[in-house]
Design a binder for this molecule. Sequence first.
Ligand code: KG4
Ligand code: ZN
Length: 347
Amino acid sequence: MLTLGIESSCDETGVSIVEDGWRVRSSVVASQNDLHAEYRGVVPELAGRAHVRSILPVLRTALREADATLNDVGLVAVGHRPGLIGSLLVGLTAAKAIAWSMGLPIVGVDHVHAHLYSPLLDLTEHERPAYPAIGLVVSGGHTSIYRLESPVVLTRLGATIDDAIGEAYDKAATLLDLPFPGGPNLDRLAAEPGANDRAHDLPISRLSPTSLDFSFSGLKTATMLAVRGDPQAGSDPRTADRLTHEERRDIAASFQRAAVRAVLIKLERAFDATPCRSLLVGGGVSANTRLRAELLRLGQDRGIDVRLPPMRYCIDNAAMIAGLGHAMYASGRGDDLTLEPTPTTAC
Ligand code: KG4
Ligand code: ZN
C-alpha cells in the first residue's frame, strides 16, 4: 500500500510516497532557509505563507518521482503536531482535502515521534532493529529520551527543562556570527583541523544523579560569556567580529564538546536504568558529525545496536511521517476530518 505523507510543521514543506511503511518511493522537501536567513530564525508568518506556495508543487513532484497518482494512494498521513500553527494548518488542510476528495483514510502523526521512525526508512523487515529500544530525539524544538516497545508504542523517560539542543546550537552560532542555519555551520567550524575543544571549560549539565532530563540554557549563557569576554575584567563586551578565526573555531569546538557530552551522559544513564537492545536516533541534530561518531562509539562499548538516520532523513521530511503513519494505521489507529493542528507534542 502507498502512503502519502505530508510535513509542514516548521520551515520545510515535505511530501513523500512510502510503500508498505518502509520503501521510500519519493521524499521531496522544499526548504525555506533562504527566506529566514536574514532574520537568523524562522519567522512564523513567512513560514506559513511559504508553505501555501510550495505545497502543491511539492505534492506534484513527489507523485511524479514515485511514478504514482493520487489514485494509487491508500492512506494519507500528516504531521499535525507539534509545530507552528500557521505552518501545520497548510499541510493538514492539504491532507484533509486529499483524503476527503479521494475517499482515503487519514492518520495524524506526531512529528517528534516520527523522527524516531527515520532510522527505519528503506529497511526491510529483517534489517530492522530489535525492540525494546531507547529513542533519542535531538532537534530544533526537542531533546528527549524514550523507551520504545515498537515503532508505534513509546514512553518518554526525559526531556529538556529549558532549551532544545538545536536551539542552543543555533544561538551559539548566532553569537559566533555564523550564517543561518546555525547548527550545521557551527558543526563545520568545530570540525576544522586544529580546533581545540578544551579551550573553554563550558558547563555540561547533569541535573540530579539519576535525571534523564536535559538543560542547555547554562551552556548558552557560558558560550555568550566566552564570546563577550569576562564582564569582571572591566573591558567592553566583545562581539564575534573582534575574535580571530581560531578563537571562534575553539569556542565552537568547546561548545560542541559540552553539548554532545551532555547527551551522552543521559544516554548512559538511560541504558543503565532501562535494558534495551537498540538505540534509535532522530531529529536535525542527529546530522551532527561529532554526535554521530560518539553515539556509534557508545553503542560499541555497550553492545547496543545504534541506528542513525541517513543524512537525508535527519532534517524534517515527510517520509518519516508516511512511515510512522502507515505503522500506526496498521496497528488500528486512525483519525477523521476533525483532526486539529496542535502546537505541542503528546510524546
Ligand atoms: O528536526 P529539525 O529539522 O527541526 C525540528 O523539528 O526542530 O531540526 C533542526 C535543528 C536546527 O536547530 C539545526 O541547527 C539543527 O537541527 N542541525 C544541526 C546540524 N544539522 C541541523 N545541529 C548541529 N549539527 C548539525 N550538523
Ligand atoms: Zn523535526
